[in-house]
Design a protein around this ligand. Sequence first.
Ligand SMILES: NC(=O)CC[C@H](N)C(=O)O
Length: 437
Amino acid sequence: MRPLPSRPAVHAVHRRTSPAPPSIGGLGQHGRVTFGRTTTPVVCRSVASPAANQGAKAVERPWKLSDARLVLEDGSVWNAKSFGASGTQVGEVVFNTSLTGYQEILTDPSYAGQFVLMTNPHIGNTGVNSGDEESIKCFLGGLIIRNLSICTSNWRCTETLDEYLRKRNIMGIYDVDTRAITRRLREDGSLIGVLSTDQSLKDEELLEMAKNWKIVGVDLISDVTCDAPYEWVDKTGSGWEFNDNQSSETFHVVVYDFGVKHNILRRLASYGCKITVVPASWPASDVLNLKPDGVLFSNGPGDPAAVPYAVKTVQEIVGKVPVFGICMGHQLIGQALGGKTFKMKFGHHGGNHPVRDNRTGRVDISAQNHNYAVDPESLPEGVQVTHINLNDQSCAGLVFPKMKLMSLQYHPESSPGPHDSDLAFGEFVELMKNNRL
Ligand SMILES: NC(=O)CC[C@H](N)C(=O)O
């Protein structure tokens, strides 16, 4: 790996030691293969065809050559350059359309088992900082980007993205045609892939790994949840707070940690809640014994149908105290009510999804990250679909007044993303307040 120069802590411009690769538009190092079903030249090859870089190693070049491959389960091989950790890693490739917030995305536990491909072609320019972490570590499989910024410049920056990923043992690749991969995922749906910097592994071996790996039906929550209950007190920092309409009353909220993002906890704390976080497998009876004002079921990775223990817990709590489900929490509530969840073609990942609140007609631009959704037709009578994703009309939110229940398929805490839906935390506080009366 490239050694990096030592650098001051902030206001720093970090330069990587290798000169900038001729990245944008530089297709010269890639094979150009025309696939049967499209006439567009794509910058990848199929497993059977030789690597475009073969023989190039003998020539001294002032820029880094492709040293990594992404092999997708459809047999396509994408040459790329590595950053962060090296090795071999398997995961499901999803694309994220957020323009900013790569650090929050990297630390969102809901990406466990997935490679995040950023459609924004320029990543890394603000580096990383200690304040933008959404969990204690990166759980995702790896990061796929078009162009890695050659320098970082931001007053909060403490580290480059390359250093950060390397320390956390997360693989990254750049100089790969992210637009072509995104188009493929949009056409064919999410694909399993293998990232590798290991030249001793043949394309065929990586393809086998991709084909033999499964994410559907796997419990990923148990890998990301906390080990023991804890109290959370941090609010949104005063410099970042944007909403002063918060409750003067205090409500005790128990949060089920299915992979909770810290900004959910910060927003609840800012709304005046006292917060106890419990592990995913914590018994419902112990939670109810705490006599909380409300329970929040958090976001989390993977297939909601693969965690029946969590569905059972939700069933035991719903109807007894006000509840709020976010993303995975929303899907588990859907299942707990007897509804069905299904896997979407390529999911929703980004900070620019329009969502309409059917009760008011208000449209929010929302942050989203999910591959599964609740089938509204499968829900029992009395459950109302409150929110619709306007891109594909899928179910984005529910209420069940009889059960004092509300849930959203997207992320009112954003981080990253627009703050439009922050009001949902206020709605949850109202639900708890009305339950006290
Ligand atoms: N952000 C989340 O909670 C993701 C929910 C679920 N894992 C999905 O992909 O649909």
